[in-house]
Design a binder for this molecule. Structure first.
Ligand code: GDP
Ligand code: MG
Length: 598
């Protein structure tokens, strides 16, 4: 096995442009799997991923390809997640490659995440091979899209394969381009071990499995390795590669991509981006670019009524074993009791964790509104970082507050420029500039408060542009802002789980909006229930749920008994999902109400 016959590459694309479908075709064409084994989208192996059509965890697979020049090549295909929340993982997996296939949907053209991914690939000095996909569709405009790629990204598209990943058209051209254009890895086998961890996950039989790219030296079972960011050492138990299944090998050498197991108990000890070296003969410098990922969005997760606190903790612990970017710590809420404050990379990451708790662990949970991290400078000079609105100190003690700002790029057809501007303005955005991508498409750049982005910005953008706009953003820094805590009182009682931090300009609107929504979801009681929104002691909105007049069974008099029974049962079932707040029963869905915004 020679380095000159190895090619390490990723596929990058905007979501839905056909990355997974192309990966399937490449796997099929190289004959690693029989058609019987071939399940569609073999790389997305979590159920949830398949349903949502997104790739959460990146993985690597080794293909064997006999090229037209008669030589056999090992192609290591490294899958990357396609969403902004997972940008750091994308950049690490690209660092394991020499090249990237840039898949562009020929009916759509370049979109926000196409560019974001191209920038990441350029940062890693990768050879980028453009691939024009979906040419089977009548609306395909391959020539225009080629020109767009040349103009905007500046890479030559003369030889770009025109393919249909779905119908398997011209896939050979892609394989030949990989062999011809992507440089072979170069690494010194005699040097001390230097390997990059680009993914890791927990397996209940083998412990943590690290996916690595070896740059220098050799890694083999029995040797002691050291994680450079933590200094911890482990004995290697197995190394190998993924073909259609795990395949053990006696060693991995420079240029190789594969897995290593070493009885590591927790993915926290095998962080993505870390460098593995030889404990006995360590390298003097780690590979560049390691950073610890920090959560951007927080929310409270509480067991629903009748659900056990300990089972929620167990589930979170299990998820964390596999997801080093999930953080949580216990907290208490007056309204919801004992629960957890959890930190996520972004909103999608948050939704995925919530869904996995409900689906894989069969738990009923209540989540509070997501919050970002605010920096509070108190009059006494103390600086606090607040993730939970309830922990905000009294206003009199606060000198000023700062909120996180992201720089966002939005790509949209020119028809929707007005709508996008209106939306961004409404979300307190600062316009930076706008550039034409082609005659009828522009890229708009805004600074936006993350606090606004996490409230349905993406949904609003999609609906205002009929799905045509795409969004990408990254954290820029912190900026001072006039922020306030908005509280909700139900029947005169402050419900801490409803508290949010808002910009003062938005306080009235949000307060009114939440009060109206709560009025709709909280059932009527025997007495009138006032709902109030307040800033400090000032009430800014009020709604009243009128008292119930009739007995629920009243209208059943004379009716058949089974109907009455059903009604009672339904009521009982409804009760299970209620939260008792003082004398008022609040349905669990009410807690989601605070998240919605229109
Ligand atoms: P990804 O998000 O980039 O991984 O995109 P997928 O591979 O999941 O594809 C998104 C959608 O586009 C799926 O419904 C695919 O069936 C479809 N698709 C992918 N490639 C082609 C193609 O060449 N032609 C057509 N017509 N549809 C395609
Ligand atoms: Mg996919």
């Amino acid at each position: 096995k020679k380095q000159k016959n190895i090619r390490n590459f990723s596929i990058i694309a905007h979501i839905d442009h056909g990355k997974s479908t192309l990966a399937d075709r490449l796997i099929e064409k190289t004959g690693m799997l029989t058609s019987r084994e071939m399940q569609s989208q073999v790389l997305d192996n979590m159920d949830l991923e398949r349903e949502r059509g997104i790739t959460i965890k990146l993985k690597a697979v080794r293909l064997v390809y006999k090229a037209k020049n008669g030589e056999e090549y090992l192609l290591n295909l490294i899958d990357t997640p396609g969403h902004v929340d997972f940008n750091y993982e994308v950049s690490r997996s690209l660092a394991a490659c020499e090249g990237a296939l840039l898949v562009v949907d020929s009916t759509q053209g370049i979109e926000a995440q196409t560019l974001a991914n191209v920038y990441l690939a350029l940062e890693q000095d990768l050879e980028i091979i453009p691939i024009i996909n979906k040419i089977d569709l009548p609306s395909a405009r391959p020539e225009e899209v080629k020109k767009e790629i040349e103009d905007i990204i500046g890479i030559d598209c003369e030889e770009a394969p025109l393919i249909s990943a779905k119908e398997g058209l011209n896939i050979d051209d892609v394989l030949e381009e990989i062999v011809e254009k992507i440089p072979a890895p170069k690494g010194d086998v005699e040097a001390p071990l230097k390997a990059l961890i680009f993914d890791s996950y927990y397996d209940s039989y083998k412990g943590v499995i690290c996916y690595i790219r070896v740059f220098e030296g050799t890694i083999e079972p029995g040797m002691t390795i050291r994680m450079m960011s933590t200094g911890k050492s482990y004995e290697v138990t197995e190394v190998g590669v993924n073909t259609s299944k795990h395949m053990s090998l006696d060693k991995l050498e420079p240029g190789d991509v594969g897995f290593v197991t070493a009885s590591i108990k927790n993915v926290k000890d095998a962080r993505v981006g870390d460098t593995i070296t030889d404990h006995k003969n360590p390298t003097d410098s780690p590979l560049p670019g390691y950073k610890k990922v920090i959560p951007m969005v927080y929310c409270g997760i509480y067991p629903a009524e009748g659900e056990d606190f300990n089972s929620v903790r167990d589930a979170l612990e299990k998820l964390q074993v596999n997801d080093a970017s999930l953080v949580f710590e216990p907290e208490t809420s007056v309204a919801l009791g004992f629960g957890f404050r959890c930190g996520f990379l972004g909103l999608l990451h948050m939704e995925i964790i919530q869904e996995r708790l409900e689906r894989e662990f069969d738990l009923n949970i209540v989540t509070t509104a997501p919050s970002v991290i605010y920096k509070i400078t108190k009059k006494n000079g103390e600086v606090l970082e607040i993730q939970n609105p309830s922990n905000l100190p009294p206003e009199a003690e606060i000198e000023y507050m700062e909120e996180p700002i992201v720089s966002a790029s939005i790509m949209t057809p020119t028809d929707y420029v007005g709508a996008v501007m209106e939306l961004c303005q409404n979300k307190r955005g600062t316009f930076l500039n706008m550039e034409y991508l082609e005659e009828k498409r522009v890229a708009m750049h805004y600074d936006l408060p993350l606090n606004e982005v996490i409230y349905d910005f993406f949904d609003a953008l999609k609906s205002k542009t009929r799905g045509y706009a795409s969004l990408d953003y990254e954290l820029k820094g912190y900026m001072q802002a006039e922020l306030e805590k908005l509280d909700i009182l139900i029947n005169g009682e402050l419900v801490d789980a409803f508290s949010i931090i808002v910009h003062e300009e938005k306080a009235y609107e949000r307060g009114r909006n939440i009060a109206e929504r709560l009025k709709d979801v909280i059932p009527r009681h025997q007495f009138a229930v006032p709902i109030q929104a307040a800033i400090g002691s000032k009430i800014i909105a009020r709604e009243t749920i009128r008292a119930l007049r009739k007995d629920v069974l009243a209208k059943c008099y004379g009716g058949d008994i089974s109907r009455k029974k059903k009604l009672l049962e339904k009521q009982k079932e409804g009760k299970k999902r209620m939260r008792q707040i003082g004398a008022v029963e609040v349905p669990q869905e009410a807690f989601l109400t605070v998240l919605k915004y229109d």
